[in-house]
Design a protein around this ligand. Sequence first.
Ligand SMILES: [Cu+2]
Length: 124
Amino acid sequence: MIGEITEDRVNPRIPLSIGVAAILLCVLFLAGTDTFAGGTLSGFGVKSASQTERVVIGVEGMYCDSCAAGIKAMLKRTPGVIASEVSYQKKEAIVDYDSQKTTQEKIVEAVNNLGYKASVKNKS
Ligand SMILES: [Cu+2]
């Protein structure tokens, strides 16, 4: 898992201008942003003890970038969440979390508690 994230980071092939391909690669793009990778890496204080997993959560009900920023801020305070990237345009949140401290269900619930409609899009 740690290896995967590192690989994403050193592989910045992001064809931004290619329409459909860009949409297909949006998850890769978000996973490869510096903020995301940096936050993730700095969260690995105890590599051996934590189990980092990634979940993509679909979020309905965001109306602007501030909504996404609000969700991201909330996730940052959520126990077990290591890093997150929330996109209003993609209507999704990509969350790295410690599976020994929280679950996908709890993260989805936390987003729902803010008033959005969240659901797991794919499992890591
Ligand atoms: Cu908003």
